[in-house]
Design a protein around this ligand. Structure first.
Ligand code: VJV
Ligand code: CA
Ligand code: ZN
Length: 370
């Protein structure tokens, strides 16, 4: 979007943490993205900002103070045995690691900074690829997410915008964000995700749609493995168009989890990164002040490719499919290209089911009023 003021938030120190030696969540993927964005010469097209970590007070607006105090004090050495007494960190998905508080504060700080910049009208689009931690709950960590930067950013946007829309294309259900705003009609949450067969976190059926004043303002789009670009984009555009028409938000937050791209270690959709980027491109056509966040993504080179392509999409730039020289990708044939093609795999979504889900979502949206 050549005429838009774009800001890109990047905390160089935040991505050097490791949840554990072999944990699938690798914060380094944000550094990989950063290097590709730099080497594709995108920096001159946006404002690069180094955000401050969130303060304790900011973290406690979203989280139970006792949980934040715990995060601040805990260390791998003293957490052994303690997790059973105070089970807010779940041993394998959310291990206690050195710097867990600083890591969390850094991510939340960047997403709050995105919101502030939008609130002051200084940017139209703000990017935080380290953000998008959609599972974190008020009282505990969940699904690799310790602090909910998305809820913090939305809360900040609500001080200046009547209605905020949240769209989540991570392969997992955005349960944490949904829960924070489940009973308000000032935030509409929309998550597309794999659902069923025990896929994490298990919530996110179309019937789960909000409570009290928030009834019908939580939208869920459950899908099966193997979905293709054509099916996904068809459903995504229809849902977004209808939701925009009904809700008329004043600001938009996009969670761009790249685990919905083909070849992910934890996800099993068949979306290309171009399909994934087209979802963002479509969202930007509504011309709303927009925060663009990262999220999941476990095949790290694919994550870097996807978020690089999406940074270019935001800037309205065309990129050469040949990756520029960089320190992460080597000389192997599979390391040469930006574009990730679809593969041959079974697709458990029929067009009939896609249309049925669409109609269920339309029914919920049809009951909303502004
Ligand atoms: O399915 C689960 C929960 C279990 C308990 C923990 N074991 C490890 C797995 C089953 C029920 N958790 C999911 C969490 C997915 C979080 C996704 C986060 C996001 O992308 O939506 C946003 C950032 C899950 N799936 C796979 C794993 N956990 C997993 C965790 C590991 C692992 C391998 C797989 C943790 C440590 C190590 N390997 C070394
Ligand atoms: Ca999702
Ligand atoms: Zn995910």
């Amino acid at each position: 979007m050549a005429n838009k003021k774009v800001s890109y938030f990047y905390a160089p120190d935040a991505s050097s943490y490791q949840l554990s030696e072999t944990h699938p969540m690798v914060p380094e993927r944000v550094n990989m993205t950063h290097e590709l964005v730099q080497n594709y010469r995108m920096f001159p097209h946006m404002t690069i900002i180094k955000p401050h970590p969130a303060t304790e007070e900011q973290l406690k607006r979203i989280h139970l103070p006792g949980y934040i105090d715990y995060l601040k004090k805990v260390s791998p050495l003293i957490s052994n045995g303690l997790v059973d007494l105070y089970p807010c960190l779940q041993a394998d998905d959310c291990p206690t690691f050195t710097g867990v508080y600083d890591y969390s504060a850094s991510i939340v700080g960047a997403s709050i900074a995105c919101a502030n910049r939008i609130n002051h009208g200084r940017s139209n689009i703000c990017i935080n690829w380290a953000g998008g931690m959609h599972h974190a709950k008020r009282r505990f960590a969940s699904g690799f997410c310790y602090a909910n930067d998305i809820a913090a950013a939305i809360l900040e946007l609500l001080t200046c915008h009547r209605r905020v829309m949240y769209v989540d294309i991570d392969v997992h259900h955005g349960d944490g964000v949904e829960e924070f705003f489940y009973n308000t009609n000032r935030v509409m949450t929309i998550s597309f995700h794999r659902h069923g067969n025990g896929f994490f976190p298990g919530t996110g059926s179309t019937a789960e749609s909000g409570v009290g004043p928030g009834k019908d303002y939580a939208i869920n789009v459950p899908l099966h493995k193997g979905i293709t670009d054509d099916q996904y984009i068809f459903l995504y555009k229809n849902v977004l168009m209808k939701a925009m028409e009904r809700f008329q938000p004043e600001a938009l937050v996009m969670q761009m989890g790249a685990d919905s791209v083909v070849g992910d270690k934890l996800g099993d959709f068949n979306l290309t990164n171009q399909g994934h980027a087209n979802c963002l491109k479509h969202a930007l056509t509504y011309n709303l002040p927009t925060i663009v966040l990262g999220g999941g993504g476990y095949s790290v080179k694919n994550v870097a490719r996807t978020w690089t392509l999406e940074t270019a999409t935001i800037l309205g730039l065309e990129l050469d499919n040949k990756l520029p020289a960089n320190s992460y990708f080597g000389h192997l044939p599979e390391d040469q290209n930006l574009i990730i093609p679809a593969i041959k795999m079974s697709n458990l979504n029929s067009m009939k089911e896609i249309k049925a889900v669409q109609n269920q979502v339309y029914e919920v949206l049809g009951r909303t009023e502004i």
